[in-house]
Ligand binder design. Structure first.
Ligand SMILES: NC(=O)CC[C@H](N)C(=O)O
Length: 512
């Protein structure tokens, strides 16, 4: 049995992550031990595994869909773009280099080796590995050094399915063109299509699917409907409207809603922290980039960022500093998370991330930040408001606190993390807001400080909401894909030579 499959896409955002997660959940329900894998992910949304490795958030979500523990091998290479066109390369969970696009290209053969080792290891330990590609497999300028799409599929003998987004239009051309621009060797691996985000009449679509099969020799293995309001912490789209379906969701409990404005830093990271707030009935979360947009907010959140000093400079250019200071002086709530918490400090000394040296912070908390070369990756646990708080840490900057009150404490009430002065709070921990009890208490306090008759629902469970969504993805595959054909592909591996037609012209320069 081949026991693996690669899910590629005609474009970024076609829905590879969703299809991968859906296949993982479908297989897990059948009692199959399945693991997700993505050789290389470029994202600022990451997650820390139980053993302290940093991986892409999408693979952590897919591991949850598979009901297995996320681990470094599931995403061996994570690229985190920074302020200066360079990216931090995280290899097997740890940062190893800062590179520009050209130097990165040089490293790819070595990275492919590591990715192949991880994939082989997962295939030994799991019944099935569902791999996700990156971008499009037909990027003809990048094929020679590809490690995430056909470069991986050919090296690891993976059958490939290609997902196309029909909502954008042009899905048949995108699929046909994707195949036709692959070399004969690569084309051998492509075994079928997934049409994603469909919202039309299936009877009208059917002839197109048949024509595509006819034209390419490959069948459509699934036509997945658009799921409105589907929130996934995998997405890098920054589209808060997808986070929660307001029309069908429950309304506020009290007389007022609570307005949360999140400062949209250019290098925003782990904005998934806000998903839990947006899940709360009656909490309206929106982005802000101007002082006027903070004016009527009950809570302003300064979220995490990959580039603290550069994004602090951006915040100042946008004229947000006086607005934040006036808020704090008026006793209105501000919450900083990780990079946002760092900005609230008196001073930031950074020879690592921005190399800017000593920079003045917003001075809203009695704290000072010093960036260290070593990245802190941790999964801490503590308590606040008498509620358990589990979080995760991903940062180079270390905050030292001199005064105020601790925000999160250990069992004995000793400060563990964060600082609070009046209506300004900050914490290094991501994920804190996913803790239901803690989130409700914090929102109650925000409502009181902001003078709103807002009451958090007593029963919102973030974990249950996430689980329900993973189930919907499993349903999507079970109900709308040809699961028998999918299973045959996973078992049978790359179709035998000569069984699938070659579509000309093939990749430029290949001898197909
Ligand atoms: N997760 C974050 O917000 C990181 C903050 C900052 N860029 C650091 O590395 O320290």
């Amino acid at each position: 049995m081949s026991n693996a499959l690669l899910v590629a896409g005609t474009t970024s955002d076609a829905g590879k992550s969703v299809v991968t997660a859906g296949i993982c959940r479908w297989l897990a329900r059948q009692g199959v031990r399945v693991a997700p894998f993505k050789a290389q992910n470029m994202s600022l949304n990451s997650f820390v595994t139980a053993d302290g490795a940093e991986i892409g958030r999408a693979q952590a979500m897919q591991a949850q869909a598979a009901r297995v523990e996320p681990e470094a091998a599931m995403n061996p290479v994570l690229l985190k773009p920074g302020a200066d066109g360079r990216s931090q390369v995280v290899l097997l969970g740890r940062p190893v280099a800062e590179v520009g696009a050209l130097d990165y290209r040089e490293r790819k053969p070595v990275l492919l080796e590591r990715a192949l080792e991880c994939l082989a290891d997962l295939r030994r330990r799991y019944d099935v590995v569902v791999c996700e590609g990156a971008g499009s497999p037909a990027e003809i300028n990048l094929r020679d050094r590809d490690i995430a799409n056909m470069g991986l599929a050919t090296a690891a003998a993976l059958p490939v399915v290609v997902v196309g987004d029909i909502d954008r239009g042009g899905v048949f051309a995108a699929m046909y063109g994707t195949l036709a621009l692959l070399s004969a060797e690569d084309q051998r691996h492509v075994a079928g299509w997934f049409v994603n985000k469909f919202r039309g009449d299936a009877r009208l679509l059917a002839p197109g699917l048949e024509m595509l099969h006819e034209l390419t020799g490959r069948p459509v293995l699934g036509t997945l409907p658009m799921l409105p309001g589907l929130w996934l912490d995998a997405e890098d789209s920054l589209d808060l409207s997808t986070v929660v379906d307001r029309v069908d969701g429950p309304g506020p409990l009290g007389a007022d809603v609570l307005r949360v404005a999140v400062v949209r830093f250019p290098r925003l990271s782990n904005f998934t922290d806000l998903d839990a707030l947006a899940q709360e009935p009656g909490v309206l979360v929106r982005w802000a980039t101007r002082p006027e947009e903070l004016a009527d907010a009950d809570l302003v959140v300064l979220p995490g960022t990959r580039a603290t000093v550069a994004d602090l400079a951006w915040l100042r250019e946008r004229g947000l500093e006086p607005a934040l200071k006036a808020r704090a002086a008026a006793g209105l709530p501000i919450l900083g998370v990780c990079g946002g918490y760092q900005m609230l400090a008196r001073s930031i000394e950074d020879e690592v991330e921005s190399k800017a040296g000593l920079v003045g912070g917003l001075g809203l908390l009695p704290t000072d930040v010093r960036f260290g070369a070593e990245k802190v990756l941790a999964r801490p646990v503590g308590e606040a408001y008498g509620q358990r708080v589990e979080g995760y840490e991903i940062h180079h900057g270390v905050v030292s606190v001199e005064g105020g009150e601790p925000f999160i404490s250990d069992d004995d009430g000793q400060g563990l993390d964060g600082c609070r002065v009046g209506s300004v709070w900050g914490t290094t921990w991501h994920g804190a807001l996913e803790n239901d009890g803690f989130r409700r208490e914090l929102l109650c306090e925000v409502a009181e400080l902001a003078g709103r008759a807002f009451v958090p629902a007593p029963d919102t469970s973030f974990a249950a909401a996430r689980e329900a969504r993973l189930d919907r993805l499993g349903d999507l595959i079970e109900e709308h894909a040809d699961t028998d054909a999918l299973w045959k592909l996973i078992e049978g591996g790359v179709p035998a030579a000569g069984t699938l037609p070659f579509l000309p012209p093939g990749a430029p320069g290949s001898d197909a």
